[in-house]
Design a protein around this ligand. Sequence first.
Ligand SMILES: NC(=O)c1ccc[n+]([C@@H]2O[C@H](COP(=O)([O-])OP(=O)(O)OC[C@H]3O[C@@H](n4cnc5c(N)ncnc54)[C@H](O)[C@@H]3O)[C@@H](O)[C@H]2O)c1
Length: 239
Amino acid sequence: MRLKGKVAIVTGGSAGIGAECCKLFAKEGAAVIAADMRPPVYEAENVEYIELNVTDTESCKNAVDKVLAKHGRIDVLVNNAGITKDALIQKMTDEMWDAVLDVNLKGVFNMARLVGPVMMEKGAGSIINISSVVGEFGNIGQTNYAATKAGVIGMTKTWAKEFARKGANVRTNAIAPGYVMTDILKTVPQELLDKFAAMTMLGRLGQPEEIAACALFLASDEASYVTGHVLSANGGMRL
Ligand SMILES: NC(=O)c1ccc[n+]([C@@H]2O[C@H](COP(=O)([O-])OP(=O)(O)OC[C@H]3O[C@@H](n4cnc5c(N)ncnc54)[C@H](O)[C@@H]3O)[C@@H](O)[C@H]2O)c1
């Protein structure tokens, strides 16, 4: 019960990596809020759903207010909601660029600027931002996505400093997953997935549960001296 008594918000908690974070955090004793645009694709005890569009500032504010009204605190925030719209740069439209920046960058900014100060005021908290191996190494066809996931690392390091001011024990870390079997990979051809698997030292793609386990560590007091860190969970991948 590593999160006993804690309250955790997971954006994009209805599917994929976010869903596994919600289920694991609940199993470890937390009251979990799966904040997503659509309802969860699973059922789990102690996971409640709040409708949220991370790109919409008002929607974020309503969701955070609801959680505070019901639970009175937020101990953990996982900024997990993310999308891709891939194309080579010469084919990348304004719409593709804007949509990915809106969710992956502004969405993370929106939630952290609401929740970070709440944690600071309480004196403690853990923010976990989901970046990507693509933010660390780049990837063909993902100019927009790479820009956002590298940006997430920059924001993580900034908030590790900003939210820890005035003696607040607020830690901010990022996880940079490699390729993990979720819906986000649906549009990636199998031969490319096989190539990505072969590029890892472990010779396989990741499972969402393996990323959730990293998030649990960073959320828990076991990571009490870890902040401003980017945890690469990619099977030893080099792009
Ligand atoms: N799966 C991978 O290979 C991989 C690798 C590296 C990083 N990531 C990152 O991990 C995170 C989770 O990805 P996933 O693979 O679980 O994806 P997924 O598509 O399975 O799930 C994403 C969830 O986010 C929600 N979402 C999308 N836009 C939203 C919005 N505007 N507001 C609220 N919720 C929204 C979706 O409804 C969905 O439930 C993303 O940030 C992604 O970039 C994934």
